[in-house]
Design a protein around this ligand. Structure first.
Ligand SMILES: CC(C)(COP(=O)(O)OP(=O)(O)OC[C@H]1O[C@@H](n2cnc3c(N)ncnc32)[C@H](O)[C@@H]1OP(=O)(O)O)[C@@H](O)C(=O)NCCC(=O)NCCS
Length: 292
């Protein structure tokens, strides 16, 4: 059954109703109330709402351009009393049309593995699962009671991360593109919670911003972020070097004074085994894509 709703761009005046029905979306709450006003001001984003006959917002979702040809869809929320009626699909039609008008040829989104309703919604609306990514998190430094996850003393890496140069970008990119991690990532890397295609220029730009690291025979994009969180958005390594590379990223995070470290890796067995052995908590998520 499809509910009778109309779809339109969100307005500042929708805030109150949206905040009311999104307050307890997840066990931990929701971030929509904190982000909504800022999103409306961004020229690279569109927030769309579904409204009922009384013009009250009952659903929303957002799209953002991550590159001239890649859109990212997120923040799909339907009022708990109106779920299961295809409203999220109606909202997504408007977002896809906007993204195509902006020049996007592909639109992607991320769904957590446990979120069956969302997986049903995205698979019914023609999206294809293109990569499975694992968000790995761990407390480090003083905030970590058992630094290696086994209560033992932290074993520093045998490898030291060195600042990589823009000239290394091409080799790192080539190694990753033909390696297991690049293939499993479908060429994508994380920007916060969003994913787009990695380019050689991304690595070169990160080198200029001191966020591109060479570690033994591998590489990583890593830098301290807000909330004392050291963020590793991309890495390239081989199975035999993975333990050392990850330990050296933890060392780097500790050296930066961060209290926790977050690493995105594709869902490749040996990589997940290593992060778990090092005491990281892991959350499995899936990137879906559709042509626009
Ligand atoms: C995910 C979500 C946006 C889907 O919106 P929707 O308009 O309900 O989507 P659909 O009508 O296509 O239903 C999708 C699935 O939800 C499940 N569903 C059906 N009725 C439901 C209900 N009353 N409550 C919860 N889930 C229900 C069903 O599995 C359904 O699939 P099916 O119709 O093939 O059986 C909505 O469930 C929601 O707001 N969830 C909380 C926020 C969230 O998880 N957002 C996505 C983050 S990636």
């Amino acid at each position: 059954m499809t509910s009778e709703v109309s779809i339109r761009p969100a307005l500042p005046s929708d805030r109150q109703t949206i905040v009311e029905f999104t307050r307890d979306t997840f066990e931990w709450g929701d971030y929509i109330a904190d982000e909504f006003d800022g999103w409306l001001d961004r020229p690279d984003m569109l927030v769309v709402v579904a409204v009922d006959d009384d013009e009250h917002a009952v659903a929303l979702a957002a799209a953002r351009m991550l590159s001239p040809s890649e859109a990212w869809f997120h923040a799909a929320r339907v009022h708990p009393d109106l779920r299961g009626r295809g409203i999220a699909a109606q909202v997504s039609v408007a977002l896809r049309a906007w993204a195509a008008e902006q020049g996007a040829s592909v639109g992607r989104l991320l769904v957590e593995d446990w979120n069956e309703a969302s997986i049903r919604h995205v698979e019914k609306t023609g999206r294809r699962r293109v990569a499975s990514m694992v968000k790995c998190t761990k407390s480090i430094g003083d905030a970590s009671p058992s630094p290696d996850g086994n209560g033992g003393r932290r074993v520093p890496s045998r490898l030291r991360a060195r600042s990589a140069h823009a000239a290394d970008a091409q080799s790192a990119f080539a190694s990753w593109s033909i390696g297991e991690l690049g293939r499993a990532s479908h060429g994508l890397f994380g920007i916060g919670w969003a994913f787009r295609r990695l380019t050689v220029e991304d690595l070169a730009a990160a080198a200029r911003g001191s966020a591109f690291w060479e570690i033994g025979a591998g590489w990583a994009l890593a830098s301290p972020g807000p909330d004392s969180r050291f963020a590793v958005s991309w890495l390239e390594t081989r199975e035999e070097d993975a333990d050392d590379l990850l330990r050296s990223l933890v060392d780097l995070g500790i050296g930066s004074g961060s209290e926790s470290i977050t690493i995105w890796i594709p869902n490749v067995d040996w990589a997940v085994r290593v992060v778990r052995r090092l005491g990281f908590e892991t959350e499995l998520m899936h990137v879906y894509a559709s042509a626009l």
